[in-house]
Design a protein around this ligand. Structure first.
Ligand code: ZN
Length: 79
Protein backbone atom coordinates (compact mmCIF):
# COMPACT_ATOMS: atom_id res chain seq x y z
CA UNK A 1 0.00 0.00 0.00
CA UNK A 2 1.29 3.48 -0.80
CA UNK A 3 1.90 6.02 1.94
CA UNK A 4 -0.78 8.28 0.57
CA UNK A 5 -3.30 5.48 0.79
CA UNK A 6 -2.17 4.51 4.28
CA UNK A 7 -2.56 8.08 5.46
CA UNK A 8 -6.06 8.19 4.02
CA UNK A 9 -6.89 4.98 5.88
CA UNK A 10 -5.51 6.42 9.13
CA UNK A 11 -7.62 9.52 8.72
CA UNK A 12 -10.72 7.45 8.20
CA UNK A 13 -9.91 5.24 11.17
CA UNK A 14 -9.29 8.13 13.53
CA UNK A 15 -12.46 9.87 12.42
CA UNK A 16 -14.37 6.70 13.07
CA UNK A 17 -12.83 6.33 16.51
CA UNK A 18 -14.49 9.58 17.56
CA UNK A 19 -17.89 8.07 16.94
CA UNK A 20 -17.52 4.50 18.06
CA UNK A 21 -15.86 2.75 20.97
CA UNK A 22 -12.45 1.08 21.02
CA UNK A 23 -13.97 -2.35 20.49
CA UNK A 24 -15.87 -1.26 17.39
CA UNK A 25 -12.77 0.44 15.95
CA UNK A 26 -10.84 -2.80 16.45
CA UNK A 27 -13.68 -4.80 14.89
CA UNK A 28 -13.91 -2.45 11.90
CA UNK A 29 -10.22 -3.00 11.19
CA UNK A 30 -10.45 -6.79 11.14
CA UNK A 31 -10.32 -8.71 7.89
CA UNK A 32 -13.63 -10.22 6.74
CA UNK A 33 -12.44 -13.67 7.86
CA UNK A 34 -11.49 -12.39 11.31
CA UNK A 35 -14.83 -10.63 11.69
CA UNK A 36 -16.58 -13.87 10.86
CA UNK A 37 -14.45 -15.83 13.34
CA UNK A 38 -15.14 -13.26 16.05
CA UNK A 39 -18.89 -13.25 15.34
CA UNK A 40 -18.89 -17.01 15.61
CA UNK A 41 -16.99 -16.91 18.91
CA UNK A 42 -19.63 -14.58 20.42
CA UNK A 43 -22.46 -16.63 18.93
CA UNK A 44 -21.06 -19.73 20.61
CA UNK A 45 -20.95 -17.94 24.00
CA UNK A 46 -17.18 -18.12 24.24
CA UNK A 47 -15.99 -16.40 27.43
CA UNK A 48 -14.92 -12.79 26.81
CA UNK A 49 -11.53 -13.33 28.43
CA UNK A 50 -10.67 -16.20 26.09
CA UNK A 51 -11.68 -14.23 23.02
CA UNK A 52 -9.62 -11.24 24.20
CA UNK A 53 -6.64 -13.55 24.75
CA UNK A 54 -6.99 -15.02 21.26
CA UNK A 55 -7.17 -11.52 19.78
CA UNK A 56 -4.05 -10.47 21.66
CA UNK A 57 -2.26 -13.53 20.39
CA UNK A 58 -2.98 -12.23 16.90
CA UNK A 59 -1.50 -8.88 17.85
CA UNK A 60 -4.94 -7.24 18.07
CA UNK A 61 -5.22 -5.08 21.15
CA UNK A 62 -8.52 -4.96 22.94
CA UNK A 63 -9.65 -5.25 26.52
CA UNK A 64 -12.33 -7.27 28.27
CA UNK A 65 -13.76 -4.03 29.62
CA UNK A 66 -14.32 -2.46 26.22
CA UNK A 67 -15.80 -5.71 24.86
CA UNK A 68 -18.21 -5.97 27.79
CA UNK A 69 -19.19 -2.31 27.59
CA UNK A 70 -19.90 -2.71 23.88
CA UNK A 71 -21.96 -5.86 24.39
CA UNK A 72 -23.98 -4.26 27.20
CA UNK A 73 -24.57 -1.21 25.04
CA UNK A 74 -22.96 1.16 27.54
CA UNK A 75 -20.14 2.16 25.17
CA UNK A 76 -20.07 5.35 23.10
CA UNK A 77 -21.21 3.73 19.86
CA UNK A 78 -24.23 5.44 18.30
CA UNK A 79 -27.38 3.60 19.30
ZN1 ZN B 1 -19.26 0.04 21.14
Amino acid sequence: MSLGKSLEEMKKTSRRSNKVCAYQVMYNNLSPQDKKALDEAWASDMPTNLVVRALRQEGIKTSGDSVRAHQKGICKCPK
